[in-house]
Design a protein around this ligand. Sequence first.
Ligand SMILES: Cc1cc2nc3c(=O)[nH]c(=O)nc-3n(C[C@H](O)[C@H](O)[C@H](O)COP(=O)(O)OP(=O)(O)OC[C@H]3O[C@@H](n4cnc5c(N)ncnc54)[C@H](O)[C@@H]3O)c2cc1C
Length: 397
Amino acid sequence: MNATQEATSTISRLPIDSPSLLNPLIDRIALAAPDTDQEGAFPEDAFRWMAEAGLLAITLPGHDLDFRSGQTARLLHLLKRIGSANLVVGRVYEGHINALYLIHLFATPDQRIRWYTDVIQHHRLFSVWNTQADNGVQIEGVNTPAGSTTYRLSGAKTFCSGAGWIQRPLITGELQTRDQQGEQRRGWQMTIVPTEQVSPIAQNNQFWQPLGMRASASLKLDFTGIEVSDADLLGQPNDYYRQPYFSGGAIRFAAVQLGGAEAMYTATRQFLTMLKRTDDLFQQTRLAEMAFLLESGNQWLEAAGNNTDRWLAEGADWTKIVAYANMTRTAIEEICLRVMPLAERCVGARGLLRPHPFERIHRDLTHYLRQPAPDATLVDIGKFVLTNPQPADELWR
Ligand SMILES: Cc1cc2nc3c(=O)[nH]c(=O)nc-3n(C[C@H](O)[C@H](O)[C@H](O)COP(=O)(O)OP(=O)(O)OC[C@H]3O[C@@H](n4cnc5c(N)ncnc54)[C@H](O)[C@@H]3O)c2cc1C
């Protein structure tokens, strides 16, 4: 068996559509969530269970949600379910899936074999670390007399979720290099750092003193002094920003967020049942509102997944795919922001005390709802609908 066959032959054992198989894993992750709710912790056990269940490899060739087979709605459902168990696990898992998607889109065949093998055989975790503040990452190419190029990294990334627990972080930086013929290459370059093969990456733990999502360990990391090779660079400069993939990916974090709102709803029901308060009309109407908000979120995800697959297959205008993704993330943010106060009112002050899960989920969801450029996202939706003259009924067909 060659490396490609080996990397793609392990068909995932978990049919994720089967609640009888997925739900016990979700329950197990949810039960463990309070144990890692602190800075400096990371939900390692959850990722081991997910690896054993085949979830790290679920989108790879031949697996249940193979990216090539257009299964986005099912992927979003899975992300939502993981988010409902623990938003931290959902956040880190989404980063892993995002990195694998970028590999699917932009890697060479040799790179795919290498990185897919990392996932399947070694259960290595991937992530995407793009965010930076001042002193962002620079990638300088240095040609060697032997004809190869070494790439020297300098500068730092912020919000590196999973920090030291991620073995294959995909990071971005400003590339400046000349090839052996003297041709200049510049732009926003992706590189996947093989962490065990490079010098230690300096961590700034002080950066991560968050409201919520403590165990996501989204530290500031300094890559100065790290060296990578040509084989570690993914795609061409600026591929990272290729649309609709860049903005369209927002539907994945929206799915995880909706999972947080779903967890609020489930916990609220259980709490009211425990207190025998389910006959109260006010509680019933609040639960009703939460239920229809969640279901509208589910419908957004289903439509976003199916539309994305269909429009990509049809080669539709990418601005339409991005506009729909923007609407999905904005609508789901609104849904989550409405579900949280409804849950608070249902359970009252008593419910917001530990060991009840509300205050943790509330902190985690409040923090995780803060995603890049929410204002610009709304403006972009407005621009799209104003520059597309179709009647409202036909806009998204
Ligand atoms: C738990 C968690 C984990 C994360 N993990 C990762 C990760 O693994 N990898 C990664 O790359 N990133 C990660 N991030 C970062 C994330 O993707 C976003 O970049 C980040 O949350 C956005 O930060 P912000 O809200 O401070 O952004 P800001 O851009 O500062 O936005 C804050 C507000 O200011 C507005 N605003 C933005 N620009 C301007 C402007 N020029 N003038 C006026 N107003 C403006 C925005 O619309 C918004 O209302 C993570 C974030 C969180 C919370």
